[in-house]
Design a protein around this ligand. Sequence first.
Ligand code: GLY
Ligand code: MN
Ligand code: MN
Length: 437
Amino acid sequence: MRYTPVTSSLFVKNRADFIAQMKENTIAILTSNDVKHNNADDVMGFAQNNDLFYISGIDQEETFLVLYPDAYKKENKAILFVKETNEHIKIWDGDKLTKEQATVISGIERVEWIQDFEKVVQLMAFEADGFYLGHNEHIKRVTFDQETQQDRMVVWCKKKYPLHEYYRAAKITRALRPIKSEEEIALIQKAADISVVSFKRVLQACKANIKEFELEAELTYNLVKSGATRHAFQPIVASGKNACALHYNTNDDVCNDGEMILLDFGVCYANYNSDTTRCFPVNGVFSPRQKEVYNAVLYCLKEGSKLLKPGVLHADYEQKMAKLVETQLIQLGLLNANEVAQQNPDKPLYKKYFMHGTAHYIGLDVHDIGLYSRPFEAGMVLTCEPGIYIPEEGIGCRLENDYLITEKRTINLTAEMPIEIEEIEAIMANEEFVIST
Ligand code: GLY
Ligand code: MN
Ligand code: MN
């Protein structure tokens, strides 16, 4: 693997927390994701199932985890099933995890080959009363038309054991994953640190008439060089009015002199993600209007992020952030204060220039799982990302940091990424700043 191995104690603890939530005399089965293939025999890539990774640390396809904490036999309490390698796989793909390596990563003593899964479960199922099965219940899930390994496991298990009770593993991980441990915070910090260097490279490379994808290349270069797994999501490099399309990511336009670029990107390191947005002028100097809009958004970020603290409800935070942005829109001359005072609260006028949420959990998923009805708590990591989009002026501005909530204070994990106008202009002007290759 590219990343420095993660200590198994993280997964041992996560597993213990998961088991503590299971009902008596039940078996939990979690599965890996499928490798996604393209038209022929090449692959689009592999991203591990995040719930399986969270409680096992295994980052390989064709992996099943079976937990049966109340099993009569000690060796049945936790069993990891991994893919058995052979000469063909060795010749074409190289090494797969040995049983010993899987134990070191996960802290699970009993490791079996995946072809023995059905036989082993058969020996345990008659003793158990129910199953916890993994399933993708993400609020933003869009893959309903694609059959996953989890779907196949649900079908298989219910067909084979129709009279057992069934429970949702995702309901347990949804409660656990929002609270990050020290090890997880360190991994998100590592992702954030890589993204800081990436951003400085982009600032240094930027000049009039450069293509958006050339700046994307600077991000990709640095993340691969740093041992990161992949971009956390398709990076957005949007110059001028392109920045007003919230999910623009074709990145195929020219960055024209006088435009401002919106760069929204994240780094995935050891399956943990960062998510940051910065804006900067193509020619290295903000125009007066770009400065006004930028400072309005920066003000909202600085004030709004102060609301990320224990006990605050997400809905209240969003409402206060919307008020902050609304005030700035009036000051920018984009909204009329009298019209705002008389607006229909169900159709606030600010939506014309500001139309998205401004805080999401971040972790194993960029938009990490967790209930938004839950008040903020120490250990949560959330983004803060206000924005103002003015298509008629060719300006879109969003600024995004990642914050760790603690009992005493909220910590900006992305504090090292330049954000003040003077800092950005200085880096873009500094010909001495040398990009290491
Ligand atoms: N780039 C997606 C987000 O900021 O949430
Ligand atoms: Mn975000
Ligand atoms: Mn983002």
